[in-house]
Design a protein around this ligand. Structure first.
Ligand code: BG6
Length: 480
């Protein structure tokens, strides 16, 4: 996790290279990495999928993906060089039918002076992971390769166990890279810096000082062109058991002995191990009005487009401190906030301070905007000792820093063979166990598009309240 280094020459094979994720994230990430000088001295991307796509079509697809991506500055001369690194082979890769891809890999390898390292990226639906991995074994492509798997990893404990078995029959654990892009976000890593590089925060990061924690990721987007995937998946599998749990593990873990893959992943695992399995009473699921009318959604679909959960961590640091997690589609706003609300001070010198937890002091990390804030109570200027709310903030935007995107960060780590920010299979297996009791909860609560989700989620957190929306009318104390 330290200084940028140049990865060794690499042949990157992307399965599902003409798909949505590749267009939105992977191709733009490679373009940006190249601009930042973080790609290997020599590299080649061999895309593959079932569809018939020529090299030329794939390069044009890459051009569109890069020009449409808001973080990419397109440059025609640069693209003329970039496109030479791209080629495509159409294949229905599966055990018994691996020759086409093996030949294409051998052909692409001959472009390099010395044999490159092989990085394989499965940007395909989770249902294909098992057969692709088995095919890699059969084709002899897995020997020294690293293989990146995109979430969700399975759909329940049993399907993950099956995938895990296939993966381990073909790959060593250190060859399998289970990616969760939230761990690549600057502010998630900044949580580590805040906690472990400062003398102040870690001292109060425990049950003696923290009343509760919120990890809140509302989204204002719907499921758009992802209905086929989403209707089979839902918010618990798409977001809760993956991104939100991973962020929770970073917030809750004990200090690792070193910021290296083994020690960090061990500490994250201990958090999952001490989490209580989620009970139905600790969870509210919702579905936005109009979801069932979308083309492709199964009739009467019970898919959750929203989930709010109360999580308990039964260890010395967090006993009695609830973690409230929430995410949903078609909500009023898009935000990604982690909030730690501090306990009420013992004396009651200021009875006017309400007890919701969030009109008092709290620390907030904005995972999407790249900032953090410390909200405090202070005296309103004037003759009386009256309290108001104020905020100490920093944002990377204001410092002019350029943030590296999560996919850039994680692809670069995979190229270097740095597993620190990837998830380990024992942890994934444990997270599936934790959500097993809520995977079949029955009918979700309906909620209006553009709202903050079902009312039942307010009961779940009461007497506390959700930090969002940060509407000034909700506060009884004035802002200073
Ligand atoms: C993805 C989920 O992994 O993360 C999406 O499948 C979600 O449903 C997305 O919208 C959120 O990612 P980001 O880039 O907004 O942090």
């Amino acid at each position: 996790m330290d200084q940028p280094r140049t990865p060794p020459d690499t042949l990157l094979v992307v399965f599902g290279a003409n798909g949505d994720l590749s267009k939105r994230k992977l191709l733009p990430a490679l373009w940006n990495l190249e601009e930042e000088g973080l790609l290997p001295g020599d590299w080649h991307l061999l895309g593959t999928a079932r569809s018939e796509v020529s090299d030329e079509d794939f390069r044009e697809l890459a051009r569109d993906a890069i020009t449409e991506h808001e973080r990419c500055a397109f440059d025609e001369d640069r693209f003329a060089r970039f496109r030479q690194h791209l080629s495509f082979v159409s294949t229905d890769f599966r055990p018994g039918d691996t020759q086409v891809l093996s030949d294409a890999v051998a052909h692409a390898t001959r472009r390099f002076i010395d044999d490159p390292q092989l990085l394989l990226y499965l940007s395909t639906p989770p249902s294909t992971f098992g057969r692709i991995t088995a095919g890699l074994g059969e084709a002899g492509l897995a020997k020294e390769a690293r293989v990146v798997f995109e979430k969700p990893f399975g759909t329940d404990p049993a399907s993950f166990a099956e995938l895990d078995e296939t993966v381990h029959s073909v790959l060593r654990e250190d060859q399998a890279y289970f990616i969760d892009h939230f761990l690549g976000k600057e502010m998630v890593q900044n949580l580590l810096a805040f906690r472990f590089a400062n003398g102040a925060f870690e001292a109060m990061w425990n049950r003696a000082h923290i009343d509760h924690v919120q990890i809140d990721v509302p989204e204002d987007l719907g499921v758009d062109n992802r209905v086929a995937f989403y209707d089979q998946t839902g918010a618990i599998r798409d977001m809760l058991v993956t991104h939100l749990f991973q962020v929770l593990s970073i917030v809750a873990m004990e200090p690792p002995v070193r910021l290296r893959s083994g020690p960090l992943t061990d500490e994250k695992f201990k958090v999952f191990d001490s989490m209580r399995s989620l009970a139905v009473d600790d969870v509210v699921i919702g579905q936005y009005d109009g979801y069932r009318d979308l083309e492709g959604v199964a009739e009467g679909s019970g898919t959750d487009t929203y989930v709010a959960a109360r999580v308990h961590i039964d260890n010395w640091r967090w006993d009695g401190v609830p973690f409230f997690l929430r995410t949903g589609k078609e909500m009023a706003d898009k935000k990604q906030l982690v909030t730690l609300a501090f306990r009420r001070p013992p004396a009651t010198m200021f009875p006017e301070v309400p007890d919701s937890g969030l009109e008092r002091d709290h620390l907030t990390f904005d995972l999407s905007g790249g900032g953090a804030g410390f909200s405090l109570l202070a005296k309103v200027p004037g003759p009386a000792l009256r309290l108001g709310r104020t905020n100490m903030r920093f944002t990377y935007g204001e410092t002019g820093s350029q943030l590296i995107g999560p996919y850039e960060r994680l692809i670069h780590d995979a190229l270097l063979g740095d597993r620190t920010l990837f998830t380990r299979t024992d942890g994934i297996a444990r997270t599936w166990e934790l959500v097993a009791p809520i995977l079949d909860m029955g009918d979700p609560h309906p909620y209006a598009q553009g709202s903050w989700g079902p009312e039942a989620a307010n009961d779940l957190i009461a007497p506390r309240r959700w930090h969002l929306p940060q509407d000034p009318d909700r506060f009884s104390l004035p802002e200073i």
